[in-house]
Ligand binder design. Structure first.
Ligand code: HEC
Length: 104
């Protein structure tokens, strides 16, 4: 697990991805509504946190949130989140969508 994260960080360091190179925001939003909306609030009109799960707007606004941190988070398993088996494109689209919420 630590090795996997280190490998990820290494790959990301070798080929840095600029935010604008990330996936499609509209697709990411659709994926988020389908797969993540059960826990994370997706629509901006429902801003309140549900059961202590941060909204995507809140995640986007955290200073620690970067394309790399999101990628590392989404590609490693978590206790409180189901393993969603996202492929590379889906991960990019979701990262693009989450970062598009920054400052909104
Ligand atoms: C079963 C509920 C559930 C689902 C479904 C879910 N999450 Fe989460 N997610 C959580 C919880 C709970 C946390 C808070 C985790 C923590 O604090 O350890 C979280 C935290 C996060 C974070 C915050 C990372 C950080 O830096 O704090 C991101 C990003 C995230 N989820 C993305 C997603 C995405 C993208 C999806 C859909 C593909 C998704 N989640 C689906 C429950 C869920």
């Amino acid at each position: 697990m630590i090795l996997r994260l280190a490998a990820l960080l290494l790959v990301a360091a070798i080929c840095p991805v600029a935010a604008q190179d990330l996936g499609d925001v509209a697709t990411g939003r659709r994926l988020a509504e389908t797969w993540c909306g059960e826990c994370h609030t997706v629509t901006p009109t429902r801003m309140r946190e549900v059961r202590r799960v941060p909204t995507f707007n809140a995640i986007a606004d955290m200073t620690s949130t970067t394309p790399l941190s999101l990628r590392a988070f989404l590609q490693t398993p978590h206790d409180k989140m189901p393993d969603l088996h996202l492929n590379h494109d889906e991960t990019d689209d979701l990262i693009g969508y989450i970062l598009s919420l920054r400052g909104r």
